[in-house]
Ligand binder design. Structure first.
Ligand code: ZN
Length: 202
């Protein structure tokens, strides 16, 4: 469950020239401008606009932004224009962006590594194979001769990617003994179209 909500943080408080509409006192009104922001799991995520309240220090009457007279709205615009959006209200968004970038980098590195492993195969490499939708198995490189790679197919299939771990645990005994020839170019194709999902080298 994602917990989200909004909060406000105080940006500035100033005395304003308006006369209090309630008690008629002059030079006693102060206005506080707030920055609203959305948070997710209590991490400030994104700024959401500003708001303000006034208080008369004489009669203590508090007015919210929606109750502002034209005069107060004018003061609000002037004070608000002096404030900036605090950068920390973007924290969650920044974190999110950082995760995306890191994810893209690590996925790039994995792609690159897989490509290298496929173009320079070694005996013992294990390929995670997607046979079709929700059907996965393993191939293991048993021999290499020129541009032909001979693989051993695993005796078991699984309907979940995570099930491949189980297959790996069975060790060498889990693989058939027949060597299936696959041309290197074909392996590359299988990697490109996602049939080979991952290459592991121990
Ligand atoms: Zn007042």
């Amino acid at each position: 469950m994602i917990v989200f909500g909004s909060k406000a943080t105080e940006l500035i408080t100033e005395i304003i020239p308006s006369k209090c509409a309630n008690c008629g006192t002059e030079h006693n009104m102060q206005m506080t401008v707030f920055q609203k922001y959305g948070h997710i799991f209590w991490i400030p995520f994104i700024p959401m606009g500003k708001t303000a309240v006034t208080q008369c220090s004489h009669c203590k009457q508090v007015l919210e932004k929606k109750e502002f007279t034209r005069d107060l709205r004018f003061s609000y615009d002037a004070i608000r224009s002096k404030t900036k959006i605090p950068i920390w209200t973007y924290s969650g968004l920044g974190l999110f962006a950082a995760f995306i970038v890191l994810g893209a980098i690590s996925s790039n590195q994995r792609d690159e590594r897989n490509t290298n492993f496929i173009s320079e195969p070694q005996v013992g490499d294990v390929y995670e194979i997607k046979i079709e939708y929700k059907q996965y198995t393993l191939y293991k490189v048993g021999n290499i001769s020129g541009d032909t790679v001979f693989v051993l197919a695993h005796q078991f299939e699984t309907n979940k990617k995570s099930g491949l771990r189980e297959l790996k645990r069975k060790g060498d005994a889990g693989f058939f003994e027949d060597l299936l020839p696959i041309h290197k170019a074909e392996l590359k194709e299988m990697l490109d179209n996602g049939e080979i999902m991952e290459v592991e080298r121990y």
